[in-house]
Ligand binder design. Structure first.
Ligand SMILES: Nc1ncnc2c1ncn2[C@@H]1O[C@H](COP(=O)(O)OP(=O)(O)OP(=O)(O)O)[C@@H](O)[C@H]1O
Length: 266
């Protein structure tokens, strides 16, 4: 496994948004978290990415050849350093910076380390230019993978919505994460853009990054996920393959309801 969630509970005052949820996301797989409105998906996501400190339970990252890292209780930036990148439901790019610059900013930590945190650059040490070249190469790789190479020098804020969403994913990938967490990546995309997104996420998986996504677009979820975790009223009600989840009466009753079954068949 890459991510282990064990007995995770998150309370807001008297409301238990996530209740004793346990599941594992496996290495090299796409794990989707679905559920009706208010099921606790965003809360779970925010616990995993360090925006909330869970009330109880554990979240562990298992990296190959290393000791597991307890993510619960770590601040967001430490979780990012541990190898977990995230995108946001609302786009959070630097709109005035170019697409390329946004991807270089994402590599700031790596570049700063290469300068010996400033000292090396002042002394003109040779490690910085090499690190900078590598950062640009990586940025160009992800611009190309997200079909944005021709927009590299355009301000991020001037890109169409779908392109900005892809740039967000490219930015997250520039941190070279072990686990990429995506919060509703298909929100607001048209069917063609959703198709492209599905392909991009499959490519990311093929390149060795594991993915965890919260998604409402059942077409995308059912097509690309290896495993689907279903929440309802904060509780886990299913953890299975897309085909199994689709046929699970509990899921249909809780999440899909009559009339929405067709959407899942899509
Ligand atoms: N910061 C908060 N303070 C208080 N209650 C919250 C907070 N965040 C979420 N909740 C409550 O927790 C429950 C789960 O919400 P959450 O946003 O995690 O669900 P969700 O599955 O992501 O829903 P949606 O699909 O609508 O985004 C809801 O009842 C919500 O009102």
């Amino acid at each position: 496994m890459i991510l282990e969630v064990a007995g995770l509970t998150m309370r807001f005052g008297g409301l238990t948004a996530v209740s004793a949820v346990s599941f594992a996301a496996l290495r090299g797989e796409i794990t989707a978290v679905i559920g009706p409105n208010g099921a606790g998906k965003t809360t779970l996501f925010n616990c995993i990415t360090g925006f909330y400190r869970p009330s109880s339970g554990a979240i562990r990252l298992h990296r190959t050849g290393e000791l597991p890292v307890d993510l619960h209780g770590l601040p967001g930036h430490r979780i990012a350093q541990a190898g977990v990148a995230r995108t946001f439901q609302n786009i959070r790019l630097f709109p005035g910076m170019t697409a390329l610059e946004n991807l270089l900013v994402a590599q700031h930590n790596k570049l700063m380390a290469a300068t010996g945190f400033g000292i090396g650059a002042v002394l003109g040490l040779s490690r910085y230019p090499k690190a900078e070249r590598q950062a640009i190469e990586l940025a160009r790789h992800w611009l190309s993978a997200t079909h944005l190479l021709d927009r590299a020098d355009d301000p991020a804020g001037a890109l169409p919505y779908g392109a900005q969403r892809r740039l967000e994913i490219a930015r997250a990938m520039c941190t070279e994460p072990t686990l990429l967490c995506l919060d509703e990546p298909a929100a607001g995309l048209n069917p063609r853009e959703s198709e492209e997104l599905a392909r991009l996420l499959q490519e990311i998986r093929a390149q060795g990054t594991s993915l965890l996504l919260i998604e409402h677009d059942m077409g995308v979820v059912m097509k690309i996920s290896d495993r689907v975790v279903v929440l309802d009223h904060g509780k886990l009600i299913a953890d299975a393959t897309p085909a199994e989840v689709r046929a699970d009466p509990k899921v249909i009753a809780a999440y899909l309801g009559e009339g929405e079954e067709d959407e899942v068949e899509a």
